[in-house]
Ligand binder design. Sequence first.
Ligand code: DGJ
Length: 754
Amino acid sequence: MPSIGRSFFCLLTTSLLAGACLPGETQQTNATMGSPRSASAQHTFRLDAGNVTYAVGVTPSGSVQTVYWSARLAANDPIPAAEPIGRPFEIDDSPQEYAGWGGGLLAEPSLKITFPDGNPDLVLRFVSAAPEAHTLKIVLKDIQRNVFVTLHYDIDPETGILARWSNIENRTEVPLTVEQAESAEWNLPSATGYSLRFLSGRWGGEDQLQTRAITPGNTVLESRRGFTGHEFAPWFAVAQNDRVTEQNGEVWFGALAWGGSWRITIEQDVMQQVKIVGGYNPFDFSYKLNPAQALTTPKFYGGFASHGFGEMSRIESTFQLHRILPHAPAPRLRPVLYNSWEATGFNFDETTQEKLADKAASIGVERFVMDDGWFSTRAKDSSGLGDWYPNPQRFPQGLKPLIDHVHALGMDFGLWVEPEMVNEDSELYSKHPDWILNFPGRPRTKARSQFVLNLALPEVREYILQTLTKLLSENDIAFLKWDANRNFSEPGWPQKPADEQKQLWVAYVQGYYRVLHTLRERFPMLEIESCSGGGGRVDLGVMQYTDEVWPSDNTDPFDRLTIQDGFTYAYTPAVMMAWVTDSPNWYNGRQTSLSYRFLSAMQASLGIGANLKWTGEDFSTAKHLITEYKRIRKMVQQGALYRLVSPRDGSNISSTESVSEDGRSAVVFAFLHSQQMGYRFPTLHLQGLQPETVYNIRALSGNLSKDTPAQASGAFWMHQGIRLGLTGDFSAQAVLFTAEQHEGKQEQGRTESR
Ligand code: DGJ
């Protein structure tokens, strides 16, 4: 776990300039105030928190540069000064914090603007800074025009994760067009040999961890889809070299909090400077700023870990739990849910759902979720979307009888919705065909038989809020699974003047956030899952409004090991849902045992998605493992995760360990793909235990080998390790380690936190 450190801010002025850098200088609103510094002052601003120091320097000519971002320094350590610019040419090739495109800049800019006279030259220089305890604001201005940019910095005292974003203001007398607006530029310490990690994927194959050497040129990760997308996660990690492991080595990492089209560019420029620039995707981007208007970019979070990718993920998880999720710093534990989608598809009625609910309750499920197909004429994917009232044939008395039935069984009730979408065959579309994204006169492309409603339009947001408010007021619904099964096509906003239509890329996402925010305000106990055709909408932006996410429609427990492994590089296991479904799996036909399926899903937030046509023995296995899961879920969801053995790259085995916050209990999951040549399953060495504490062990499923001691010290389990007897194909085991007299305490977690 990251060390918890006091955060402080200090300003060092190496050559004093009267009146510079006073808190509050950024408040100036008068266009005549503030002009770039050209005096001979040199300033350094420093933020320290967790195990991180971040420092920004300003040259006498006002170039604002990253001068340090790495492990925490002592309070009185000297911080390097910003580099003088203009060697050997006049071009600023320094590691700028936020570069305008102008002055011959060769590297990726942070801001590109075209002025009405056709001139795009923009050179941003320091005006002022406002340091506070954990925050810093730096104001930049173009060397001539009244374009101001405020760089915002906010460091998390616990983890050292720094939030950065920018506010671009037009204080000229004329409109201007922003063509590229990044949130921030992250400059790494000057070195070569860096190695990049990122997550790529597709529908049914999300979050595959990729490794690439950083060499001259650019690597671009992006979504042009209007949504976060399946292809790349808005996340990066850069290791000091290709020998960095889970436990060793320095890692710089970051995540963009934006659920629309985004771009992260990893560049090694001509001076071998490695920088990461990220924000709105400049593809098809154009944002008109009238005089006195401003554009704010999404937050781009950056962090640093000294002890490999494992520590990186634990820092990210702590940060997301304590700062990002709804109810942070104490997000609620995820209940064990049942979801009917794989069991019934579109083919069900009230009785079918009640029968599933009876069976789900009998194994200990806590939340029953009815998926797609409950509303309007929705008996197939081509009709009904947009009309959010219960299907009168399937639910003649509305949803109340089913919800009452579910409540009587001791579960709460959840419902699937897809509020941003509409089918052509719906009442909503016949009344409001102009509410969808479209270019007038051009064909309207359907995907999964549906169109995207334009959430930039206030009337669309109002409609969604009204219908959902009615649904949630008339029915006792604890949870919404908020789906979005397609991306933008024809991204037109014809209601706007031509030169403002491309603002859609920003305004849509702002509209979506506004709807979620209002809904949460109206229904504070409501929980929401973000789903988008599987894992197409997972990012730190949406995680501020949703309690959990659906990583993939691929529910095969073996494929899920790799998806979950990749997911946890960037996101906390606390939000990672996983269902136990039927075998053979619907997606790839793979056959696995029920206990293998359970143990794969128990590494995450457990759900059941099978049709529950199980044998009596299956029901007992399920009941037993759900009971065990409730005991361990606090440490699985919110504890410290150690990826002991990765399932990637064709590995025959994999294993994870989750350790409770107090370090006095841990659970290990181990998976064998296919035993070959009779080799024994390798020894697993635990991590993160207290070396001198004695831990008892107990198998949650199956038996331990006879030669396994029933108890031993943390040092023993970490250094001697544990030998599990896994054999055959697709076998799995889970083992609980509990400090003496500790077992049982974890079980209380959910009750306490709700
Ligand atoms: C896509 C989701 O990922 C599935 O879980 C399911 O909810 C379907 N949509 C329903 O249409």
